[in-house]
Design a protein around this ligand. Structure first.
Ligand code: PLP
Length: 283
């Protein structure tokens, strides 16, 4: 597998970064994950916009437009023959002696790699996910896509260890998001309820696209927090992320949603998302 590190394409085995990289020592880094289907990038420009915002929020002085990120994505796709999967991009503040004080003027470390994965024909999407809930103990700036992912990683591991698929995190009684996805429900009368944008959640690119497509399809959308009990009583529930697309959730803490099977509306939203994304691929 060929990866990209600081200006060079290299075999993964010979690529390296410094042990003093602040991404490694402090989680002082931001990232993006962009899906590839049919050899094209899904929502590339929206991911680049969010990357720019994350860098700005952390005060990492780097203009992503100063390098040809689209060309590098393309370069990785071509070198790895990637038709379906993801491209991961990470930018850290850079390399410096370990110090809590963020040094100025560092050269950021930039790395990208690709992973081939089946995204469209997903067994999980056929089956639907069982999620458990856990208190959301992450920091208060979940809108910045940093590499500080320990808590959601621990909670996902706990969920899978207990026989579930993922976690939905809960803050003050309301659902924030999944370990690596946004959370949504559909009510009995057909409204789509999703938490509004704030510092509490990542501003999902897939969330935004799905809301647009759902609105165009005539669904009424309510952006507000919802409780675990409300989600358990919903008609359908689902998660969204760049690589999961629209992923049905069929139980929460062992309580089936609706009849406990993948519902028609979420199935339709998933198809609609894939169809519309295919029409708008970059490359
Ligand atoms: N929320 C969290 C915490 C995430 O890590 C992710 C994606 O990895 C998402 C939501 C979904 O965001 P996107 O649709 O941009 O992939």
């Amino acid at each position: 597998r060929i990866v990209y590190v600081n200006g060079a394409y290299l075999p993964a085995e010979s690529a390296s970064i410094s042990i003093f990289d602040r991404g490694l020592l402090f989680g002082d880094a931001v990232y993006e994950v962009t899906a590839v289907i049919d050899g094209g990038l899904v929502d590339f420009h929206a991911h680049q916009q969010r990357l720019r915002r994350s860098l700005g929020e952390l005060g990492i002085d780097f203009d992503p437009a100063s390098i040809d990120l689209m060309g590098i994505h393309q370069g990785l796709r071509d070198r790895n023959g990637l038709d379906e999967g993801l491209i991961y991009l990470q930018i850290s503040r850079g390399v410096a002696d370990r110090d809590f004080l963020q040094p100025e003027g560092l050269e950021p470390s930039i790395l990208l790699f690709s992973q081939a994965l089946p995204l469209i024909d997903s067994p999980a999407a056929e089956r639907g996910l069982a999620v458990i809930t856990r208190e959301d103990l992450r920091w208060g700036r979940r809108d910045i896509k940093t590499t500080q992912l320990l808590y959601p990683s621990m909670m996902k591991t706990e969920a899978v260890g207990g026989g579930a698929d993922d976690v939905w995190m809960v803050d003050n009684g309301t659902v924030t998001e999944g370990s690596s996805s946004n959370a949504h429900i559909l009510t009995a009368d057909g409204r789509l309820i999703t938490r509004g944008l704030s510092h509490d959640i990542l501003h999902g690119i897939t969330r935004a696209a799905v809301l647009d497509y759902a609105r165009e399809a005539g669904l009424e959308i309510e952006e507000r927090p919802f409780t675990v009990a409300e989600a358990q009583q919903a008609r359908e529930a689902f998660a969204t992320s760049a690589t999961a697309f629209v992923m049905p959730v069929v139980s929460i803490d062992g309580q089936p949603i609706g009849d406990g099977r993948v519902g028609e509306s979420v199935r339709r939203l998933r198809s609609l998302y894939i169809e519309r994304s295919r029409e708008r691929l970059t490359f």
